[in-house]
Design a protein around this ligand. Structure first.
Ligand code: GYE
Length: 384
């Protein structure tokens, strides 16, 4: 009995001394938190005078109070993440990366919301984070516009917003954006195609584009980048339609393309790997041959493991990476803010371009020479 009472008082004392060691944000919440612990410790002492059972209860109360105060005092940083959805392999890798980084072990309480590609649900998720009083809000915006109102609400609540992956193009009320340069990805695909077609002696390009979610910055950048080169080179873009970044969407669009443009196209650009998987099924069913050495050049973006496996198998001709592992960089932004410093407003995650040896050609984007990586089993094994 004595031991338990001592334990209760000790844990109260430990929590109070921990609280004393916390930074400035903690100091604001530490006083009421410490009071709660003190009260609980008093209860424990009072209870000790009664029976062994009540001492145990009181000790539990002390522990509960300690747990509550730990979070309130900044022991754990509360982060809300409004994720796009679960539409692709890329997204799965991004979600896993965030959950790994913002884990309880690493000192975070993560509220994760899969918004299932629903713009209204994503705004609601952000508002629920404001209500919860999280310390930071991370948003991967499904589409690039319509953000100013809800970001103003975050600002009014004093909660810093960090944008990950896709950009917000109509508001600057966020601290940092961490992601890839989608326009460069699109231009790289176009410049690679120009160099590769030259090497192969292909004179005419008739392309079909399966776009990502319309209005997302990933779609806008990739479509605009590729089309810029197409226009400059005088290529024909026969059609472009959205497959919503999904395998089912890619298959559906390609099925209709195969009917409408049978025998007329020699390039298919899929704005992510999952759309390419669907497009391949549709082309298989329509008897269209694609990949190196075949009628149709198949270009994809993301370069996730399964995409690179299809490059290795001679199905996807070239794959332009978009790195989904931005969460460690976002954590860096949070640490910078916690230290009272100002993080950079834009942080680029670097990407690589992949093909098999014979499809690797020299090309430049905006005058900058690009390097391509040859896909081997080791490269695939190291990919996410
Ligand atoms: O390319 C696609 C995903 O926003 C860059 O979204 C991301 C894109 C990625 O669904 O696979």
């Amino acid at each position: 009995m004595k031991k338990k009472l001592l334990g209760a008082i000790l844990s109260a004392a430990m929590v109070m001394s921990l609280l004393a060691g916390c930074g400035s944000t903690a100091a604001e919440t530490a006083a009421p938190a410490a009071e709660a612990v003190e009260e609980a410790a008093d209860t424990a002492a009072d209870a000790a005078a009664d029976t062994a059972a009540t001492v145990e209860e009181a000790a539990e109360k002390v522990e509960e109070a300690a747990a509550d105060t730990g979070a309130a005092a900044g022991g754990n940083i509360k982060v809300g993440f409004a994720q796009v959805g679960h539409e692709s392999d890329w997204r799965t890798a991004s979600t896993k990366s965030c959950q790994d980084v913002f884990s309880a072990e690493n000192g975070y309480d993560l509220s994760f919301v899969d918004c299932d590609n629903d713009e209204a649900a994503q705004k609601e998720a952000v508002r629920s984070f404001i209500e919860q009083g999280v310390d930071y809000i991370i948003i991967d915006p499904i589409i690039a516009t319509g953000w100013d109102t809800v970001l103003t609400e975050c600002e009014d609540a004093g909660i810093p917003v960090i944008v990950i992956d896709r950009t917000i193009d109509d508001s600057d009320k966020y601290v940092s954006w961490v992601g890839s340069d989608f326009l460069t990805e699109g231009k790289a695909a176009g410049e690679w195609l120009k160099a590769y077609a030259e090497k192969q002696g292909i004179k005419e390009i008739n392309a079909l584009i399966i776009q990502g979610t319309i209005g997302s910055s990933a779609q806008i950048g990739r479509t605009d980048g590729f089309n810029e080169i197409a226009k400059r080179e005088g290529w024909t873009v026969l059609d472009q339609q959205t497959g919503d970044f999904t395998e089912a969407g890619g298959q559906e669009v390609m099925e209709s393309f195969c009917k409408s443009y049978a025998g007329k196209f020699n390039v298919v650009v899929c704005e992510n790997d999952n759309e390419a998987f669907g497009a391949m099924t549709a082309m298989d069913n329509a008897g269209v041959k694609y990949g190196p050495g075949n009628d149709v050049i198949l270009i994809s973006y993301d370069a996730c493991t399964a995409g690179l496996e299809d490059v290795k198998a001679g199905k996807i001709t070239a794959d332009f990476e978009c790195n989904p592992l931005a969460a460690p960089t976002v954590e860096g932004v949070i640490k910078t803010l916690e230290a009272g410093k100002t993080p950079e407003n834009q942080i680029l995650v670097p990407d690589n371009w992949y093909a098999l040896k014979d499809q690797i050609v020299d090309f430049a984007v905006e005058g900058n020479a690009q390097k391509m990586i040859e896909v081997t089993d080791d490269v695939i094994a190291a990919q996410y």
